[in-house]
Write a protein that binds this ligand. Structure first.
Ligand code: BES
Ligand code: ZN
Length: 460
């Protein structure tokens, strides 16, 4: 049997196993789910073993565990690819906005709904099932394959760098392959060559030592919620420009060629607005929406709290207020430097009438990956064979912290081929994954293995 027939005749089972994977609540940020996260690693371990990989093992990292497996019999003249993905997921709140429970995968039409369906369990499973389909039908792979699936991507991959540092030969490879991004649009595959970096901060403002009657005390003591609003209003102007001194110093401007490529991509701004239910787009002057959402730096409040939030009114001057604020970075901005600039600026504008504490949660470096290589050309051939059209090259606005680490520690470039879609609600209620892309993904990656097997690495 060839692998395409195998994929076809195992469709139901693949879907069934994906459902099991999606049923495990592996929310990495929540200590309450620590055991579920481990159970999920063990599930991945089992699936890698069943796929026919060897040396499959759950490794401890100091945080959540990661899973590794390999198949290394293709020979030295064949490429060695390291496939990377994550089995951890984002929190599910607000739970009441889900149409079905987030960890009871539900199929509606061609879509499977569950937290992690698109980001990233469904996409990780594409690789596992490509490997299985290939190995079970041919008895071998045309290239050497290593796979690492981690459990801390959604919280910044904090323990992964040191794992890579101390396991360089285990993970050594010619390049890394990742499916944790999106296609450009339905039917149009994309190779992503740029990711933004991230600085995630928390600002806590404290005023009086207890909540106060806003009539009895208002006007005489500062209100931390007002002070916080004042601080936030000075981070960004009404044109979307970030006001932190030095913030833009290291930003590499887009080249004319790059901007031309952006302009060539099909993009319907009216539809974009309609989908999101917004009257207008918003962002830095002088840049298009596509440029703003993937290739320009940003600053956003992710969450804000303080004072009375219940039904009705309570006249109170709160004791505390706070906000979580993220900045997406582009090359060559450095997260540590931006974190310091942010902290210094807030300290310099914070009113003396309140106490302001600033702390960092996690950082990720931005990344740009090369697109003029034999491996990229092979990816183009494989995607065209599966989808019938050439992929487009795009930059994505999200972050995958380890991409930079692979380059720095393993000297390995990353190829990002995503099978998600932009409207699949990742990090949001009702996350889902298009099952057509799940199966197309399995086919594409199998084709990709085959194309990569044609490359001769004996001179590399
Ligand atoms: N799959 C995403 C990255 C992504 C999002 C790529 C959107 C392309 C478009 C990934 O799992 C993710 O969400 N990463 C986090 C990393 C952060 C916590 C360091 C992110 O970008 O918020
Ligand atoms: Zn994510």
């Amino acid at each position: 049997m060839n692998y395409l027939d195998y994929i076809n005749s195992n469709k139901e089972r693949y879907l069934d196993e994906l459902k099991q994977f999606l049923s495990i609540p592996s929310v990495s940020t929540d200590p309450k789910h620590k055991h579920d996260v481990r159970a999920c690693a063990e599930f991945v371990e089992k699936k890698l073993t069943e796929a026919g990989l060897e040396n499959v093992k759950v490794y401890e990292t100091g945080g959540h565990p990661l899973v590794y497996g390999d198949w290394l019999y293709a020979g030295d003249d064949k490429p060695t690819v390291l496939i990377y993905g994550h089995y951890d997921v984002q929190p599910v709140d607000p739970l009441e906005l889900w149409n079905a429970p987030p960890f009871s995968p539900t199929i509606k039409g061609d879509k499977i709904f569950a937290r992690g369906a698109s980001d990233d369990k469904g996409q990780v499973f594409i690789h596992v099932k490509s490997i299985e389909s290939y190995l079970k039908t041919k008895g071998n792979l045309p290239i050497n394959v290593k796979i690492i699936v981690e459990g801390e991507e959604e919280i910044g991959s904090d323990h992964l760098d040191s794992f890579i540092e101390s396991n360089k030969s285990l993970l050594g490879c010619d390049f890394v392959l990742v499916s944790d991004t999106a296609m450009y649009q339905p039917g149009l595959p994309a190779i992503c060559y740029g990711l933004r970096g991230l600085v995630y901060m928390e600002v806590n403002v404290t005023g009086p030592n207890r909540d106060l009657h806003s009539g009895a005390f208002g006007g005489a003591v500062d209100n931390p919620a007002n002070a916080l609003a004042h601080i936030i209003s000075r981070l960004k102007d009404l044109n979307g420009e970030i006001l932190i001194p030095g913030f833009y110093d290291d930003v590499k401007e887009l080249t004319d060629d790059e901007r031309e490529e952006f302009r060539k991509l099909p993009f319907n701004e009216e539809k974009f607005k309609d989908d999101l239910g917004v009257e207008d787009v918003f962002g830095e002057k002088g840049y298009t929406t596509l440029e703003r959402k993937s290739a320009r730096p940003t600053l956003d409040v992710n969450g804000i709290w303080g004072g009375f939030q219940g039904e009705g009114a309570k006249t109170v001057l709160p004791s505390k207020a706070g906000a979580k604020i993220s900045m997406r970075l582009v090359p060559d901005q450095d997260p540590d430097k931006i974190q310091n600039l942010f902290t210094d600026y807030i300290k310099s504008i914070a009113p003396k009438s309140v106490k302001v504490e600033i702390s960092g949660t996690h950082n990720a470096k931005p990344a740009i990956t090369p697109i003029d290589s034999d491996e990229i050309n092979a990816a183009k051939v494989a995607l065209k064979r599966s989808f019938g059209v050439e992929p487009v090259f795009i930059r994505e606005g999200g972050s995958i912290p380890v991409v930079n680490t692979f380059q720095e520690l393993l000297n390995a470039p990353t190829i990002l081929i995503g099978f998600g879609l932009n409207d699949e609600n990742i990090h949001s209620p009702n996350e889902h994954f298009d099952l057509n892309n799940f199966y197309k993904g399995i086919e594409s990656i199998s084709f990709y293995f085959e194309e990569l097997g044609k490359l001769n690495y004996s001179n590399k």
